[in-house]
Design a protein around this ligand. Structure first.
Ligand SMILES: C[S@@+](CC[C@H](N)C(=O)[O-])C[C@H]1O[C@@H](n2cnc3c(N)ncnc32)[C@H](O)[C@@H]1O
Length: 157
């Protein structure tokens, strides 16, 4: 776990800027945000793409539904996912759960850590190696189709 500047030196980690996120999302039709379709960034960094998607979804769905049902994210860096959760959920306390503190229902291959926000388990945003993690987020989720960049879209039928 390094701070951001150390990590950028170590991993060449650079995030998609807000302007680029908006350029892509602005080309995406409202109809895809209106329906109950799920969105994921499997290497979410500090959440720039997820925050952009969240803002579009917010026009049509309430915050709780978005964060419980529609939006998903993972990253291999513990602090990236923590920052993503902070940006999406708000400024309350976040606990990082690792090793024996990970609840059984969340345990899966590739999982490194999961989180509690305001002392409640966060299911949709986890720290994992996305090459190994089954993307089940503590429950059964139908197989998904991959759409551009590093995010993935599922249509709930
Ligand atoms: C170029 S950044 C992109 C971040 C974000 N998607 C964005 O566009 O702003 C790549 C991210 O991939 C993460 N990453 C690298 N290998 C990974 C892996 N095997 N599983 C999950 N995340 C990974 C890094 O920690 C980094 O945050």
């Amino acid at each position: 776990m390094y701070d951001r500047s150390d990590r950028q030196k170590q991993t060449q980690e650079f995030f998609t800027q807000k302007k680029e996120v908006n350029e892509v999302l602005n080309q995406w039709p409202d109809k895809d945000f209106i329906k109950d379709q799920t969105w994921i960034d499997t290497s979410c960094g500090s959440g720039n793409i997820l925050v952009g998607i969240f803002k579009r979804l917010e026009k049509f769905h309430n915050k709780q539904k978005i964060l419980n049902d529609l939006l998903f994210g993972c990253d291999i860096e513990i602090l990236n996912v923590k920052e993503t959760i902070q940006r999406l959920f708000g400024n309350k306390k976040i606990n990082i759960l690792q090793n024996n503190n990970i609840p059984n229902k969340m345990k899966a291959s590739g999982l490194i850590a999961c989180y509690e926000y305001d002392n409640k388990l966060v299911t949709n945003f986890v720290c994992c190696d996305s090459l190994l993690y089954p993307m089940n987020f503590g429950r059964f989720i139908e197989p998904k189709k991959i759409h551009g960049f590093s995010w993935l879209v599922e249509e709930n039928q």
